[in-house]
Design a binder for this molecule. Structure first.
Ligand code: AMP
Length: 281
């Protein structure tokens, strides 16, 4: 596997592949890769001739009091894992490659409506940063398909809307959430958890399953959401949201709606903020 840092190197390799008629799959990440990321690379591997991954801890998607500085950076280890998963090229740019005018001087994309709620409401500006960097990365890698995890469901929806709205020539695909044995969604942030917090963290998935099961039994949405939030609070979490939404656009379902729903949770455990979701069908 080749690693390139600069745009010219990336473009040269991609031009070579294109001239041979190869299709290109792309997996953008922030590094510190785990089996969740590797599953996206393997999916790309199965769908396209060449696979490009990127590692870039994007400053514009972190809020001022978030974990940009302490976000784990493990490039050498990541390179080995990517090569093993079938990645052909790793693009690992520095900040000036993606933000030649600095973060403050950069063009910024805003995807409206879908970003008003959930993560967008709790992390102001987060999705502007995500949309902006993903658009830049798409322009550089020019992939046929790009794969995103359903773990970050709202992010996937934001990217889908951006791509459709800006007519970007890339097919966006969602990939299922990879979990630890106890159900905790794999995340680079799990390593912030203490040993006891790590055990507690499995409650998020249990809560999501309970929300699905109680909804299937006909319990009212608000009651299910309230019970789930209380359960998490009793277990020591500080929830940002514990909700049931429409899978399609993450809007609030009507009281009697039972099809096409998803439960979503964001909660803090100690200093670690965890998110997860579970589609109901
Ligand atoms: P990140 O490096 O956290 O920005 O994630 C890069 C990509 O990996 C995003 O598309 C995430 O949704 C995806 N991802 C992160 N965790 C998981 C997981 N547990 N299962 C599947 N995909 C994941």
């Amino acid at each position: 596997m080749q690693t390139v840092q600069d745009a010219a190197g990336l473009r040269a390799t991609i031009r070579g592949w294109r001239s041979q008629g190869h299709t290109i799959g792309f997996v953008p990440t922030m590094g510190n890769l785990h089996a969740g990321h590797h599953s996206l690379v393997k999916l790309a591997r199965a769908r396209t001739d060449r696979v490009v991954a990127s590692i870039f801890v994007n400053p514009t998607q972190f809020g001022p009091n978030e974990d940009f500085e302490r976000y784990p950076r493990t490039l050498t280890q990541d390179q080995a894992g990517l090569a093993e998963s079938g990645c052909d090229l790793l693009f690992a740019p520095d900040v000036t490659t993606l933000y030649p005018y600095g973060a403050a001087g950069s063009v910024s994309l805003h995807v409206p409506e879908i970003t008003d709620t959930l993560e967008g409401a709790h992390r102001p500006g987060h999705f502007d940063g995500v949309a902006t960097v993903v658009c830049k990365l798409f322009n550089l890698a020019q992939p046929d398909i790009a794969i995103f995890g359903q773990k970050d469901l709202q992010q996937l929806k934001v990217i889908e809307r951006m791509v459709r709205d800006l007519s970007l020539p890339v097919k966006v695909m969602g990939a299922p959430t990879q979990r630890a044995e106890d159900g905790l969604a794999l995340s680079s942030r799990n390593q912030y958890l203490s040993e006891t917090e790590r055990v507690e963290a499995a409650q998020i998935y249990q809560t999501l399953q309970q929300m699905r099961d109680l909804t299937a039994k006909g319990h009212a949405r608000k009651v299910v959401e309230q019970a789930a939030a209380s359960k998490l609070e009793r277990a020591g979490f500080v929830p940002d949201y514990v909700v049931i939404r429409r899978m399609d656009d993450l809007s609030e379902p009507a009281e009697n709606e039972r099809e096409g729903l998803v439960a979503l949770v964001a909660a803090r455990l100690g200093t670690t903020r965890l998110i997860d979701n579970l589609p109901f069908d």
